[in-house]
Design a protein around this ligand. Sequence first.
Ligand code: GLN
Length: 196
Amino acid sequence: MTTIGVLGLQGAFREHVRSIEASGAESVVVKKVEQLEHIDGLIIPGGESTTMRRLIDKYNFLEPLHEFGKQGKPIFGTCAGLILLASEIDGSYDVHLGLMDINVRRNAFGRQRESFEVDLDIEGVAEGYNAVFIRAPYIEGVGESGKVLATYNGHIVAAQQDGYLACSFHPELTEDHRMTAHFVKMVEESKKSLAL
Ligand code: GLN
């Protein structure tokens, strides 16, 4: 069975567990570094990236999360999680994990549009996908080996690069589990290739 962890330091982690299980994999909330050894992939949830970073430092997660990604185990960053994965934030190189070659802008849709829902077409994943945005970042640019999966109003809101998947919206808050199911598939494939 494929097991996908959800980083449970802060934010919307419980809803991700439900979405992973609805997509046919096992899920566990990760609160301790040792748990990373027992999972095949990881979701970094939405929340507040600066708060989450403070907790990542407090519980010594930074280096182990970095190692996890470098081993080739997939990581899916949603909303604040996307910010944590990025190699560049708001045009500065002051970053958190810096694992994924994307340039992100925080709270990018403006205060007047704090939260909203739209139907998105996500390449190779879903058409008419019910996407919920909450104080969302967007991706300004994706590196050469990355691929844009979805845009909204001309801004990139989902991307993939090797084992890294990132989206601006919250895939765990609705009954539309197709984005999570896409990540589950990525994890199953990586598990097979890492076992070879
Ligand atoms: N605005 C938050 C941040 O900058 C992200 C919001 C979210 O995860 N819903 O971290």
